[in-house]
Design a protein around this ligand. Structure first.
Ligand code: UDX
Length: 446
């Protein structure tokens, strides 16, 4: 099939590359010339495993191209997929201006029947809004499809080529059948719904996963107070098929480009129809508090005074295997530490450039290695569970730190890993280790 994907951001780029990989003829459209130059040169503007290889391969095979010429791309295609950004407005609502713009430009380019699918995460009713805008500008026939995307960063190609399900929201049987045919090589699990249900399904899925995370984080907070271990609790809960093991990892909360934005947007969507989504409000609030668990632990250790303390930070991206720092807990944690007068030494395997762009330079020491960041620090905070940190030599780490204080915001270390070391170890929702020797350790070297 001939497909145009509008918007070469995370979702658009991965989708376009993967549709080409399936044998379709794909044109990815973006307005950003710098991004197009990168893509045309065979590189990719984001860090995403396997994406560059597949992009190159399909460009070389003549199945994939990148352009800013939306008009021509639409004219050459039977299916147009809108995958532009829907960032949060100040009130949490999704900003639909890029969607509207894409709709208008598609309308102007229409030269015959097309399927117009919206892949961006959009509030219920947006496909109808897109349809209305296009109808006002053209008399050409077309069908609207809601085609939500469920890929995760860091495993986006894998998720796209092996999805749990494909959701197609349609009100035209023939358009739905065409879209089902397009996705048939990917999965047998094709869910057909009406358009509004499909739009809602995407928000509901993300809100539910965010709820699982905030739920287990609250259980973790209670575990700490009653002396239980949240990892054991989650493990046992997960064997119940109705609950499942996934998304029950306690930590410093969720970040990224989807959960924070989509939970806020769903609260707004509910508000517009006079419904207060109380549960989701709590999920967002718990998540906001959770990132400060780190800070509270540090303040407890240092009797509320972080002034002049050297704090090492491991991990800046919102999760491992991505350089994305959008809504990463690290942004607020680092800022808070800097404001508290701490010397903050940070290291991340790949996210430092993005972090610098978003955060600035304010009071941070950038390090090129994990041990370099840890050297002479009074405490080390692990914020992202990169493999590199999980496999660190703890004995060596202990010798470079000024004080062997480790706050593990992602529960990556087990008690047995730390056996034989002198670490004072705090994690999330699990018993601390060696707290008894805290005073002795704090007294060291002062
Ligand atoms: C998410 C959804 O999973 C995906 O379906 C949707 O299309 C986009 O949003 P993504 O943001 O890439 O994907 O990351 P994901 O792996 O879902 O993690 C989101 C956040 O939740 C991360 O900050 C992660 O650290 C956190 N998380 C995840 C937890 O804290 N605990 C968990 O058990 C799982």
């Amino acid at each position: 099939m001939n497909i145009t994907v509008i918007g070469a951001g995370y979702v658009g780029l991965v989708s376009g590359v993967c549709y080409a990989e399936l044998g379709n003829q794909v044109i990815c459209v973006d307005k950003d010339q710098a991004k197009l130059d990168i893509l045309r040169n065979g590189a990719i503007p984001i860090y995403e495993p396997n994406l560059q290889e597949l992009s190159l391969k399909n460009m070389a095979a003549g199945k994939l191209s990148y352009t800013s010429d939306l008009h021509r791309a639409v004219q050459l295609s039977d299916i147009v997929i809108i995958a532009v950004g829907t960032p949060s407005l100040a009130n949490g609502e999704a900003d639909l201006s890029y969607i509207d713009q894409a709709a208008d430009e598609i309308a102007e380019a229409m030269n015959g029947y097309k399927i117009i699918a919206v892949k961006s995460t959009v509030p219920v009713g947006t496909n109808e809004r897109v349809r209305d805008r296009i109808r006002r500008l053209t008399s050409e026939r077309f069908d609207s499809i809601s085609l939500p995307e469920f890929l995760r960063e860091g495993s986006a190609v894998q998720d796209t080529l092996h999805p749990d399900r494909i959701v197609i929201g349609a009100d035209s049987q023939s358009a739905a059948d065409t879209m089902a045919k397009l996705h048939a090589p990917l999965t047998d699990q094709i869910v057909m719904t009406d358009i509004r249900s499909s739009e809602m399904l995407k928000y509901a899925s993300n809100a539910f996963l965010a709820t699982k995370i905030s739920f287990i984080n609250e259980i973790a907070n209670i575990c700490e107070k009653v002396g239980a271990d949240v990892t054991q609790v989650a493990q046992g809960m997960g064997y119940d098929n109705r609950i499942g093991h996934s998304f029950l990892k306690a930590g410093i909360g969720y970040g990224g480009s989807c959960f924070p934005k989509d939970t806020r947007a769903l609260i707004q969507i509910a508000g517009h129809v006079d419904y207060e989504f109380k549960l989701l409000r709590a999920v967002v609030e718990v998540n906001q508090d959770q990132r400060f668990k780190m800070i509270r632990k540090l303040e407890t250790i240092f009797d509320g005074n972080l002034q002049g303390k050297t704090i090492a930070i491991w991990g800046l991206s919102f999760k491992p295997n991505t350089d994305d720092v959008r809504e990463s807990p690290a942004l607020e944690i680092v800022q808070h530490l800097v404001n508290s007068g701490a010397v903050v030494k940070v290291y991340d395997p790949i996210a430092i450039p993005n972090f610098r762009r978003m955060y600035g330079e304010d009071g941070v020491v950038w390090c090129e290695g994990a041990l370099e960041a840890a050297a002479d620090a009074d405490a080390l905070c692990l914020l992202t569970e990169w493999d590199e940190f999980i496999h660190v030599d703890l004995n060596q780490l202990q010798t470079v730190l000024r004080k062997p204080i480790l706050i593990d915001g992602r529960n990556v270390f087990k008690e047995e890993d730390l056996a034989g070391t002198a670490f004072i170890y705090y994690s999330i929702g699990r018993p601390s280790l060696n707290q008894g020797v805290k005073e002795e350790v704090l007294a060291l070297h002062y």
